[in-house]
Design a protein around this ligand. Structure first.
Ligand code: PLP
Length: 445
C-alpha cells in the first residue's frame, strides 16, 4: 500500500521484503545487518559507509569482483538492440548461439551442447529431467532415481531441494520427491568407504532404477568438502559399471573458482552432464545452463519425437548471454583461473600459518579460492565444540565487525568457516584476510 510517510529502509525491509534463506524472526527483531549500496573489487560498502572485504564473493558467485563497468556496457548494448527474444521452438538469436559455442569450447572434450537456464536450481532440475528423458528414449523408463550425497547443496526448486543432502532444506515443505537417495559424502571418509556407500545404495535400490548420480566436485554449502584425489575417478568407474549418468554440479566450482576452469578437471574426469550458474556471469545477471555429452545430445537428436516440453521463458535470455560472454572474456583475458590457483595457494598457506598459532584450529583446506577453516575444541583428536557454544557463527559475527564477510557451516555439529573471495584478489588482500581471521578467532578463544 502506498503512503507518503518516509519510512526507514530497515522498517520497509521488515514490512515488505521476505528474504531468501533467512530467519524471518531475526529479521523482524533486528532488521537487516547490512544494506549494501556499492561494490568495488573485493569490497562491499553499506549505507553507513562501512567497507568490508567480501570473502564469500556474495554467494560464491562474484568471480570477477564488483564494479566491472564492461558488464553493464555489454548489457546496455544488448538491451538497446534486442533486450529479450524467446529461444523457444525455432526462434534463436546470436548471443545464445555465441554463448553456447563458447561453453562448448571451454567444457571438457565430449560436452558440446548446452540447455540454458537462469540459475543453479533450474539447471539441476533440468539435468534430472534430461537424465530421465534420456533413459526413456533409450527404452529404460524405469531409470528414474537420482543418487546425491549427504551435505550436498543443489538448490531449492523441487528436484534440487530433494537432491540436497542438508535436511534443514527439507523442513519448509518436506521432501518433494522420494526418487532421490542420499549416499555418504567423502567428508572424513576415505574413497573406499564413500564409494562402498554409493555401491550399496545402487545395489539395494536396483541399478536398473537409477537414472543419475549428482555431485559437486567440491561441496560448497556442506562445508567445502574436497574429496580424496582418487574419489571422482572411482565415481566415474562406478557410474560406468552400472550405466548410470554422472552429473557434475559445477555451479560453484565452474569458471575458475577452484583454480581450474571447471572443478572436475583436477582429477581428469569427464561427466555426462555438467550444471553451471553463478560464476558464468559473476552474478551480474542471472544465468545458468546444463551441458550434455555428445552421446546424450545424439540420443536427443536421433530419438526425440515431437516437442521437448521443457523450457524457461528466460532460457537463453539475450542480455544474460551477452553479459556471460563479456564475463568469460574477462576471466580469460585477465588469467583469473591462474590467479585463483596462485592466490588459493597463498590463502591455504595463510590458514596453515595461523593454525600453528591458535589451538582451536583443526583441519584447514582450500582448492583454488574455495577454502575452509574448521574450529575444534581439541585439534589433536578433532573433538568438536558443543553446538550450543555457536563458535563458528560467533567468529563470523566478529569477522564482520572487523570488516570481512565469511560464512559458517554448523551442519552436523561442525564449526566450519568458509572462504570464496573474488578471483581478482591479490597477495596483499589475502594477507589482510588472514590477519582479520587470526584476530577474530583469537577473540573467541
Ligand atoms: N548447486 C550448488 C552447488 C550451489 O551452491 C547452488 C547455490 O548455492 C545451487 C546449485 C543453486 O543455485 P541457485 O541458487 O542459482 O538456484
Amino acid at each position: 500500500m502506498r503512503n507518503n510517510v518516509k519510512k526507514s529502509l530497515t522498517e520497509l525491509d521488515q514490512r515488505h521484503f521476505i528474504h531468501p534463506t533467512s530467519s524471518i524472526k531475526q529479521q523482524q527483531e533486528h532488521g537487516p545487518a547490512f544494506i549494501f549500496t556499492e561494490g568495488d573489487g573485493i569490497y562491499l560498502k553499506d549505507n553507513n559507509g562501512r567497507e568490508l572485504i567480501d570473502a564469500m564473493s556474495s554467494l560464491w558467485n562474484v568471480n570477477i569482483g564488483y564494479g566491472r563497468k564492461e558488464l553493464g556496457k555489454a548489457a546496455q548494448q544488448q538491451m538497446d538492440t534486442l533486450a529479450f527474444s524467446s529461444a523457444f521452438s525455432t526462434f534463436s538469436h546470436e548471443p545464445a548461439i555465441r554463448l553456447s559455442e563458447k561453453l562448448a569450447e571451454l567444457a571438457p572434450d565430449g560436452l558440446n551442447a548446452v540447455f540454458l537456464t537462469s540459475g543453479g536450481s533450474e539447471s539441476n532440475d533440468s539435468a534430472f529431467k534430461l537424465a530421465r528423458h534420456y533413459w526413456k528414449l533409450r527404452d529404460q523408463p524405469e531409470r528414474k532415481k537420482i543418487i546425491s550425497r549427504q551435505r550436498a547443496y543443489h538448490g531449492v526448486s523441487s528436484g534440487s531441494t530433494s537432491a540436497t543432502g542438508i535436511p534443514q532444506f527439507w523442513e519448509m515443505a518436506g521432501l518433494l520427491s522420494t526418487d532421490f537417495i542420499h549416499a555418504d559424502t567423502p567428508y572424513e571418509l576415505g574413497t573406499a568407504q564413500a564409494i562402498a556407500s554409493i555401491r550399496n545404495l545402487i545395489e539395494n535400490e536396483g541399478p536398473e532404477t537409477i537414472a543419475a548420480f549428482v555431485a559437486e566436485p567440491v561441496q560448497g554449502a556442506g562445508g567445502i568438502i574436497i574429496p580424496p584425489d582418487d574419489y571422482f575417478q572411482e565415481i566415474r568407474k562406478l557410474c560406468d559399471e552400472y550405466g548410470i549418468l554422472f552429473i557434475a554440479d559445477e555451479v560453484i566450482t565452474g569458471f575458475g573458482r577452484t583454480g581450474t576452469m571447471f572443478g572436475l578437471e583436477h582429477w581428469g574426469v569427464v561427466p555426462d552432464m555438467m550444471t553451471l550458474a553463478k560464476g558464468i556471469t559473476s552474478g551480474y545477471i542471472p544465468q545458468g545452463g546444463v551441458m550434455v555429452s555428445d552421446e546424450i545430445h545424439e540420443t536427443l537428436k536421433e530419438k526425440s519425437e515431437g516437442t521437448l516440453f521443457h523450457g524457461f521463458t528466460y532460457s537463453g535470455h539475450p542480455t544474460a548471454c551477452a553479459v556471460a560472454l563479456k564475463n568469460i572474456e574477462i576471466i580469460e583475458n585477465e588469467n583469473l583461473v591462474e590467479n585463483s590457483k596462485e592466490m588459493g595457494d597463498e590463502m591455504l598457506n595463510g590458514f596453515r600459518s595461523i593454525k600453528d598459532k591458535i589451538d582451536i584450529i583443526g583441519n584447514v583446506r582450500s582448492l583454488g579460492l574455495l577454502g575452509a577453516v574448521e574450529l575444534v575444541e581439541d585439534p589433536s583428536t578433532n573433538k568438536r565444540f558443543s553446538p550450543s557454544l555457536k563458535v563458528a557463527p560467533r567468529v563470523v559475527e566478529i569477522l564482520a565487525e572487523r570488516g570481512m564477510i565469511c560464512r559458517s557451516v554448523t551442519y552436523d555439529s561442525t564449526d566450519i568457516i568458509t572462504f570464496a573471495p573474488p578471483l581478482i584478489i591479490n597477495k596483499e588482500q589475502i594477507d589482510n584476510m588472514i590477519e582479520i581471521l587470526y584476530d577474530s578467532i583469537l577473540e573467541v578463544r
